[in-house]
Ligand binder design. Structure first.
Ligand code: BGP
Length: 467
């Protein structure tokens, strides 16, 4: 649709960038931090672990000065559960004080903190005690954790995120804390129990946030990869719709409406993995919807019908490229890919915003979007024009959405600074700021502004007039 575009982003639009604690902080044995489940996972050969990361734990002041110079309106980061509650139960004042100083420095610098309560880091002690999210005790411990954060930081933090990419988390044993040996039906059934418990936990924390900090807003973080149909065959359109139901909306329907969508319920029942639910929990979810929806968007998908007549259990596959009898993901010749095979489709972000709004009528904050690439340091500079191109095209779609009337109130690029990628260590960089280290050599860890840093600074200063 052609429409008149807005000239600039609104004055109150939050131009931001983000990180997560385990990927950026390091200092995993300092400040009384306990052990998180993923600390125990050995990385792939040649890839660094998370023990030093970008050393933000020791350098956060220097990093926040760089954020201020960049002109960020907001900074999204997560709080390490095991710094606050090393064993999941007992409070560690040193951890509370660390984030207190970080948040104070942000607010003193005029940067709004956006806090993810739980971004993949789960206390190992709770897995040892009661198998983590398989037990309802985890709901209480998560609520206790969130309550400590609200109490200590609620005066300054007005945007909260409950759980980052729950859908993704459930499929990665070293993050959810399921044993390596768990597979097939057992894995799927347990993942559904954990999913349900996490949704109940999210609703309880949403309620608590509203009670403790009435002027704060809170949301879950989802990772939509909106699928478009592979052809003009009606069956392909249905396949793409079903992919979106199974990949994204199942969680949002629980978070925002307190219900299992029909497609998802049927999917679980056909496989005999529908968890035990109760009316009280479902009512709690219905009565405590989020204030907005936080969207991590990296890529879209293209789906075709899968005409097989069988039902399969996927076990713990992170990305399901074919659900027999439902859809299969296919390559799209119009859509280029990153070096790691992620589709680059800025329009997909607009599709996600339009679809999510049409379904839930809630405001949206884009909490992650960015390009993972091999950056090269040459003569003290990083010429990452590919990242500028990626981010400007995605931001331009957001500008369009706002012009069309969709309530998107901020954009947090992933990531502010180079950090350890989920699975690719330091090879796959996302930051506006380069960290001088690689997988095997910590070098001097100095911070170097990339070309994209200067570009984003200008973009923020002009409130996106250049887009
Ligand atoms: C999201 C996570 C982030 C980050 C990002 C990029 O799923 O919320 O923590 O890791 O993806 O992923 P990767 O590091 O695998 O490229």
């Amino acid at each position: 649709m052609y429409h008149k575009r807005i000239k600039k982003f609104p004055d109150n639009f939050l131009f931001g960038a983000g990180t997560s604690s385990f990927q950026v902080e390091g200092g995993i044995k300092e400040g009384g931090r306990g052990t998180a489940v993923h600390d125990l996972k050995k990385p792939k050969k040649g890839i660094t672990d998370f023990s030093v990361a970008s050393d933000h734990y020791h350098r956060f002041e220097e990093d926040i000065d760089l954020m201020k110079e960049l002109g960020l309106d907001s900074y999204r980061f997560s709080i390490s559960w095991t710094r606050i509650l090393p064993d999941g139960k007992n409070i560690n004042e040193e951890g509370v004080e660390f984030y207190n100083r970080l948040i104070q420095k942000l607010t003193d610098s005029g940067i709004k903190p956006i806090v993810t309560i739980y971004h993949f880091e789960y206390p190992k002690a709770l897995v040892d005690n009661y198998k983590g999210w398989l037990s309802r005790e985890s709901i209480d411990d998560y609520v206790n954790f969130a309550g400590i954060l609200f109490e200590n930081y609620g005066d300054r933090v007005k945007h909260w995120l409950t759980i980052n990419e729950q859908d993704h988390l459930l499929k990665i044993p070293e993050r959810i804390g399921f044993p390596e040996e768990m597979t097939g039906l057992e894995y799927e059934r347990n993942a559904q129990i954990a999913n349900y418990n996490m949704c109940v936990a999210g609703a309880r924390v949403t309620k608590l946030c509203h009670e403790m900090i009435p002027d704060a807003k809170i949301a879950p973080v989802v990772n939509p990869m909106p699928a478009i149909p592979a052809s003009n065959l009606p069956a392909d359109l249905i396949a793409s719709m079903e992919f979106n139901e199974l990949a994204t909306y199942y969680i949002l329907d629980l978070n925002c409406r307190g219900e299992y969508s029909p497609v998802y319920r049927k999917y679980l029942e056909d496989r005999d993995i529908f968890p035990q639910i109760n009316d009280e929990d479902m009512k709690l979810m219905r009565d405590n919807p989020p204030d907005f929806i936080a969207v991590n968007y990296y890529m879209n998908q293209t789906a075709a019908d899968s005409d097989k007549e069988e039902i399969n259990l996927r076990g713990r596959e992170v990305f399901v490229s074919e659900e027999e009898g439902i859809y299969k993901i296919v390559k799209n010749e119009h859509i280029p890919q990153t070096d790691w095979g992620w589709n680059i489709c800025p329009e997909g972000l607009k599709i996600a915003v339009m679809d999510i709004y049409n379904r839930y009528q809630l405001p949206m904050l884009i909490t992650e979007n960015g390009l993972g690439a091999y950056d090269r340091l040459e003569d003290g500079k990083i010429h990452d024009d590919y990242r500028i191109d990626y981010i400007s095209r995605h931001l331009s779609q957001i500008k369009d959405c706002i012009g069309m009337g969709y309530p998107v109130f901020g954009y947090s690029a992933w990531s502010f600074i180079d950090l350890v990628s989920g699975r690719e260590g330091m090879d796959k960089r996302y930051g506006f700021v380069y960290v001088n280290r690689d997988n095997n050599d910590l070098k001097d860890m100095s911070r170097i502004k990339k070309d994209s840093y200067y570009w984003y600074k200008k973009t923020i200063a002009e409130r996106g007039e250049n887009l």
